[in-house]
Design a protein around this ligand. Sequence first.
Ligand code: COA
Length: 400
Amino acid sequence: MATSTDVVFVDGVRTPFGRAGEKGMYWQTRADDLIVKAMIGLLERNPSLPKDRIDDVAVAATTQQGDQGLTLGRTTAILAGLPKTVPGYAIDRMCAGAMTSVTTTASAIGFGAYDVALAGGVEHMGRHPMGFNADPNPRFLSERMVSEDALNMGKTAERIHDRFPHLTKERADRYAMRSQQKVAAAYEAGRIQPDLVPVATRSESGWGLATKDEAPRPETTLEGLAGLKTPFRPHGRVTAGNSSGLNDGATVSLMASADAAKEFDLPVKMRLVTFAFAGVDPEIMGIGPVPSTEKALKKAGLSIEDIGLFELNEAFAVQVLAFLDHFGLDDDDPRVNEYGGAIAFGHPLASSGVRLMIQLARQFEEHPEVRYGLTAMCVGLGQGGTVIWENPHYNGKRRK
Ligand SMILES: CC(C)(COP(=O)(O)OP(=O)(O)OC[C@H]1O[C@@H](n2cnc3c(N)ncnc32)[C@H](O)[C@@H]1OP(=O)(O)O)[C@@H](O)C(=O)NCCC(=O)NCCS
């Protein structure tokens, strides 16, 4: 008889994120090879896990075509050398793909059907540009279910600026500059590198090795940001500098029941408290994490004050500012994105959810005074996702 059981995040790793396009480091690397590389890296650093005890492999991608198609969880399990007895499947919730891989496998573990699962995501936006070959139903527009802006993420961010005029471009630019600075500081302090799996790359000049993210621009200044074009609207506020970019990368996590973690002598980096997804108007998709966070907090019986660390995906600076503003948090609250965010790291859509979790897990280690943290992100066509986690290193000194 299956019963509800504790679910834990054992470990997570990712590839360094590249810049999408011909000049990017993964231009000649297949999408499935990125996730395979991450999976092998994760299994190598958890050697006590018997591979035949993995109950399932969930891998997300937004554009499930070509080297991102063909039921990624299954193909990559075989390519990563897992026993053929281990099944796998593919997931899509656009930007929250990897987050959904985690919550879906976690649900199976919590129900008692699974003991251990791999959950992750990949997006090679160079080989699979956003929306490529998409065929949205014409009724969306002809029946005015959504406006045309809803299908362009940058335009949805401009709409958030419209709705909340006090979230100015200057605030968005300042937030973006801080994100770049925090990523540089986190690299400097060696916080990011331990969870990166190096990837062999190929270019016209020969073989190389990707060991760090390609997109960060530590030299970013407010003056530089102020002068950038606003590609989504003439005289708009959203720029290449205060948005996440177009990137390639893969992430993967190892999820388990608390009992299985003990049985296989695996570390426990975070305990899952609860999660929620919510829908909002697609034209302002960036505010999605507000209702998903409210829903998750309510389920958990917690309030925003109980959350000591936040890992928010920075699809756009204004979208994070709308979240902070709603919950009464300062633009530069030290609990938020301590290592910086997607504006600097990049946002390979369906992979990003697990990057947030990897970073939160590392911050939990460094902050035993924090009890709860959350990872949250917005999703195209108007959704938000939030996962609340408990810190296993919590020392009870301060109830947060
Ligand atoms: C905004 C966007 C259109 C920009 O694309 P792009 O033009 O290819 O971006 P680039 O990296 O070439 O940057 C454009 C310019 O800004 C400059 N720039 C970018 N970031 C900068 C920074 N932090 N400081 C100074 N300059 C910067 C670049 O140097 C470049 O300058 P150039 O034109 O003189 O070469 C693209 O990144 C985008 O669509 N982002 C959103 C992705 C998205 O929607 N994701 C899903 C979220 S839900």
